[in-house]
Design a protein around this ligand. Structure first.
Ligand SMILES: Cc1cc2nc3c(=O)[nH]c(=O)nc-3n(C[C@H](O)[C@H](O)[C@H](O)COP(=O)(O)O)c2cc1C
Length: 188
C-alpha cells in the first residue's frame, strides 16, 4: 500500500441533491484531510446495465472495477428503498463479481465505511444492516461504526452530530489502513 491510502467512494442516487451522495462526499473529504487520496463514483456514473458476467458488462463497469481493484478502503452509501439498499447501488456492487478471481477477491481484507439514508429510521437501519451483510459477502470489513440516518427533515452535513459520525468512520478507516501498512512492512 502506498503511504497515502486510496479510498473509493461508491453510492448515492441519481437524484439531484442526493443526501446519500452528500454523506459519502463528506466522508471522503474527512479521509482526504486525514491524508487519503479518494475518488467518488456517484450519480449517473452508477447507471450501469443490470450485471451479468460478460465482456460487455466488464467494459461498462471498467472504471469502477479498476478503482476497487486497487483500493485500500471503500466508502459505500445507499438510500433505503423498500427496506433495503437501492437496486442501483446493489447493481454496481454486483459488478465486483469481476474481481472474483483476483489474488485479492472482491474487497477482500479492506475496510468499508457503510452509510444508509432513508425517510425513516426503520428503513435507514435495515438498509445499513443489508449493506454491511453485502460487504461481508464481498470479504470486506465493515467499519465498527456505520451511519444510518433518517433524512426526512432534511440533511445538514455540517451538523456537529453528523460531522462526528463521519469523522468516526473516516478515523476507523485510516486506523485500519495504517495497521495494514505496518503489517505489510513486516511481510506477514
Ligand atoms: C423507490 C423508493 C423506495 C423507498 N423506500 C423507503 C423505505 O422503505 N423506507 C424509508 O424510510 N424511506 C424510503 N424511501 C426514501 C429514501 O430512502 C430517502 O428519500 C433517501 O434518503 C433518498 O436518498 P437520496 O437523497 O440519496 O436520493 C424510498 C424512496 C424511493 C424512491
Amino acid at each position: 500500500m502506498a503511504d497515502a491510502p486510496f479510498v473509493v467512494g461508491i453510492g448515492g442516487s441519481t437524484r439531484r441533491g442526493s443526501s446519500t451522495e452528500a454523506l459519502v462526499t463528506a466522508t471522503l473529504g474527512a479521509l482526504e484531510r486525514g491524508g487519503a487520496r479518494t475518488v467518488l463514483h456517484t450519480g449517473d456514473a452508477l447507471l450501469l446495465p443490470p450485471y451479468e458476467r460478460t465482456p460487455r458488462h466488464a467494459e461498462a463497469g471498467r472504471t469502477i472495477i479498476e478503482d476497487v481493484r486497487r483500493a485500500d478502503a471503500l466508502v459505500i452509501g445507499s438510500p433505503g428503498y423498500h427496506g433495503s439498499i437501492s437496486g442501483l447501488v446493489k447493481n454496481v456492487l454486483d459488478y465486483l463479481e469481476e474481481l472474483a478471481d483476483d489474488p485479492r477477491p472482491y474487497v477482500d481484507g479492506r475496510p468499508v465505511g457503510c452509510i444508509a439514508t432513508a425517510q425513516g429510521w426503520q428503513g435507514a437501519v435495515n438498509s445499513l444492516v443489508a449493506l454491511r451483510q453485502i460487504v461481508h459477502a464481498l470479504r470486506g470489513w465493515p467499519t465498527p461504526f456505520g451511519l444510518a440516518l433518517n433524512v426526512e427533515g432534511g440533511l445538514d452535513v455540517a451538523d456537529p452530530g453528523i460531522v462526528g459520525s463521519i469523522d468516526l468512520i473516516a478515523g476507523q478507516i485510516l486506523d485500519f489502513t495504517s495497521a495494514r501498512s505496518a503489517r505489510a512492512r513486516l511481510g506477514v
